[in-house]
Design a binder for this molecule. Sequence first.
Ligand SMILES: Cc1cc2nc3c(=O)[nH]c(=O)nc-3n(C[C@H](O)[C@H](O)[C@H](O)COP(=O)(O)OP(=O)(O)OC[C@H]3O[C@@H](n4cnc5c(N)ncnc54)[C@H](O)[C@@H]3O)c2cc1C
Length: 559
Amino acid sequence: MAKNNNSGNSKSIQGKNISVSRRGFLTRGAAAGVGAAAIATAGSQEAEAQARWARTADVVIIGAGVAGLPAAITARDNGASVIVIDANYDIGGRGILSGGRLHIGGGHALQQKLNVKDSADQVFLDWIRHDHADSRYSDRDLVRVFADENVPTYDFLVANGVKLIEKLVGPEQSSTVPRTFLTVEWENPAEIIAPKRQRNGSGLVRQLALKAREKGAEILLKHRMTKIIRDGRSGRVQGIAVTAEGKTFNIRALKGVILATGGHTGNVEFRRMFDPRLTEEYQQACQPWVNQDASGEIAAMEHGAALWSTANQTTETAAAITKTRHIGCQWGYSSLAYEPESPMFKFARAVGLTVKDWQNVVMVNDRGKRFWNELSGDYDFFAAAMQWNGDPKKLNGGGPIWAIFDAEGAKREKWITQPPHVDPAGYFFQADTIAELATKIKNPHQHRPIPGNVLQDSITRFNGFVDAGKDADFNRPKPVHKIATPPFFAAWSTPILHDALTGLRTNTNSEVVDLHGKVIDGLYAAGEAQGGFSQHGLARCLVFGRVAGRHAAKRRAIT
Ligand SMILES: Cc1cc2nc3c(=O)[nH]c(=O)nc-3n(C[C@H](O)[C@H](O)[C@H](O)COP(=O)(O)OP(=O)(O)OC[C@H]3O[C@@H](n4cnc5c(N)ncnc54)[C@H](O)[C@@H]3O)c2cc1C
């Protein structure tokens, strides 16, 4: 870990925090730097808070998702009492809606059974590759821990009853050998959130939650963490403030608080720190089930926590921003759609029209102009979608993207252009002419009406490319279908945000580190709330959840 080199600043920090003059605070508070002011505030609230601890456990975990649940089990396995809270009404976080494609190797028993040669060293080498954006920017200290913990994490999953499909997938992402294994979907459709959509991740989190409860972890749902409480004198994290059913109270953590809150992609202000183009119109995969609101990161940053490997968030790979696949609904992420059977359907309002062949649509920006080859899923597509379109009031972000198609396109795709498949309340429109269609497009993110003549010109020009057999503007391969048969349709297809690939800085024990390289005593982060490793998804969350739970459980308790 980096050495604290801030000791020379302690005078000015002392000066700023003159009201908190105890030596113990000054030593640690000065080391915390920017966090010192926050500690002073937290410290002044502390005496009051300590008198009103509503609940106490050795380890308090925020988030009953992919990182939080293994943290809970591991902390229990190591003898700690555990309270997990989650803001949602059910467990699982984004993990329950994930495809369950688990990227874990290192030579575990299933790999051996399927004759895959792998090792912890190979995992390490693959995930520090300089020739791959998935691995180039990651913290190699964290990757080393990840690599060494792959086999123990596989063993942990098996020991806790998680089932994996015995079939090789991959190599994927940065890996050079097959390491992707799908978890078996949960057997009860009523507990899958998006039944009918092969949400294999449900089998992972449901089983881990079952085990966590069986082993004695208490899971409090509809409980939202609002603040981390830190002792003003020692700087040690003492617990959290929580709201539930309109009441606010504090939960004390004798050994540690683990932030497993997921990432930040749903917080516009936060995500724009990494890329100012990511303005409000970009929706988030997994909404409305879970909103990644950055509450974990912000609560820690209020105590001076640092972020880590922020380059990961803006690498030009498709894990952070993706093309919609289900168009004409608000949230159309790749493999996820909410059928009427889903408890989320009443919030999602539509299933969406699943695109099989992008040749059936033309995509236009909020000015009604084509912007890129519609068949592309490359980063260039997203960059073009986010380019400035000449709106003097909106210089950042590109505005909504609309897929335009006609009755023939709908027929080829076998789309039913009515609810529940589409959402006419701002995400799907229909008209008898292209110019009329333009005037009908109204959405909170569509700041200005699309001029009918511009949209008509775009479609006329594209139809000319079909006649010519060549897209002279964006080189779309062989444009084949004209958009000419009424009715005409416009379906929301704005790119959708996916992974948080940066988050809080931690050391190899998953302990959160502040802006001066010092551990924030008693605070941990795992999962998408943790930065430093840009691997997509489940595996890094499981691994560092276990690491955090184990380390926190073994600490000395506050007396
Ligand atoms: C549609 C979809 C498909 C995916 N498929 C795959 C896949 O196949 N393979 C893969 O590897 N990855 C996949 N992923 C990614 C993977 O699901 C996530 O990376 C993973 O779930 C993140 O785990 P986490 O513990 O950080 O967050 P989560 O699992 O989201 O858990 C965070 C929890 O914290 C709670 N929380 C947040 N803030 C607070 C607060 N202030 N107070 C209380 N509780 C709070 C939330 O309610 C949530 O339950 C997919 C993601 C999506 C959206």
